[in-house]
Design a protein around this ligand. Structure first.
Ligand SMILES: Nc1ncnc2c1ncn2[C@@H]1O[C@H](COP(=O)(O)OP(=O)(O)OP(=O)(O)O)[C@@H](O)[C@H]1O
Ligand SMILES: [Mg+2]
Length: 273
């Protein structure tokens, strides 16, 4: 009898260790608790863009696909580049920048103007610049990774930028095939284990309106503005959505200067943009 009780006690102890509950109801509750803890885990990928991470509880979700959208000259490329460069410098997380639009020399010079030495990061294996045509990316999708697979594997990339997704979307005429292609791209990003930031043009006809393709498919949407108010242009940023995150609901003034982008969290834009 005594032996039986000891054995029972032992099983109970082992179950407790493995978090196995005595009833299915209790087990389901424990599983849900575990999942919720996972949702709000601190596994965040900080952008280190001054003033930004605190608006989104510390950074992007690891392995998420995020979109930064705005009109021409709103700062999409600089924001995306800072996300990669800061990760490489501060966390030694290698990043890959895929572009359809920028030329390498021009891009490296633009970044040098902001104080970043991309050639040095490239030599250290922390940065890869890839100029791809949208057709080449389409082939990567068809091949299920292809060349990009091996580059990601080689440098062990953790962050990825596609600048911009608009040119890629233009390859597909029908809305459905556009979405299907985007979803296969997101699946690949997931397979690569990267946290991604895609830039996108604002497709609305009016400057004060926003129409972004793939807004429903991505994990987050950040909007950038460069609006004319009282004869002067004003830069601003807002987070339109970010899944599983209690993000800020405000629109903040931002500045771009020789040090890059900075969010002025004390300057909230009250007018409707
Ligand atoms: N070194 C700098 N000093 C001050 N402002 C700068 C500097 N570099 C860029 N800017 C500002 O940032 C703007 C361009 O930012 P960026 O290239 O990131 O915009 P974008 O949204 O990617 O534009 P596009 O839609 O044309 O690709 C410039 O028009 C300028 O106003
Ligand atoms: Mg750009």
């Amino acid at each position: 009898m005594a032996k039986k009780t000891t054995a029972k006690k032992k099983t109970k102890k082992a179950d407790k260790k493995k978090n196995i509950k005595s009833s299915p109801k209790k087990q389901a509750k424990a599983d849900l608790k575990k999942l919720r803890a996972m949702c709000y885990s601190d596994d965040k990928v900080a952008t280190y863009i001054p003033g930004f991470d605190e608006l989104i509880q510390g950074g992007f979700k690891r392995n998420s696909v995020n979109l930064i959208a705005g009109n021409a000259g709103t700062g999409k490329t600089i924001f995306a580049a800072q996300f990669l460069i800061n990760g490489a410098i501060k966390k030694k997380e290698p990043g890959i920048y895929i572009t359809f639009e920028e030329k390498k020399d021009k891009f490296y010079l633009d970044m040098a103007c902001l104080g970043y030495d991309l050639q040095k990061l490239e030599d250290e294996g922390l940065f890869v610049y890839l100029e791809y045509t949208p057709e080449q990316v389409r082939n990567v999708l068809i091949e299920g990774g292809g060349v990009i697979d091996s580059i990601i594997e080689k440098i062990k990339a953790k962050r990825l930028v596609i600048d911009s997704i608009t040119s890629f979307s233009l390859l597909y005429e029908e809305e459905l095939s556009k979405k299907e292609a985007a979803l296969s791209l997101f699946e690949l990003i997931n397979k690569w284990g990267c946290t991604a930031l895609l830039t996108s043009q604002n497709e609305a006809e009016r400057e004060d309106q926003v129409k972004v393709s793939l807004e429903f498919e991505v994990d987050s949407v950040i909007l950038l503005y460069h609006m004319k108010a009282k004869g002067e242009r004003l830069r601003a940023l807002e987070i339109l959505k970010m899944r599983r995150t209690q993000h800020s609901q405000k629109t903040y003034e931002i500045t771009i200067n020789a040090n890059g982008i900075k969010i002025n969290k004390n300057k909230i834009i009250k007018m409707s943009l």
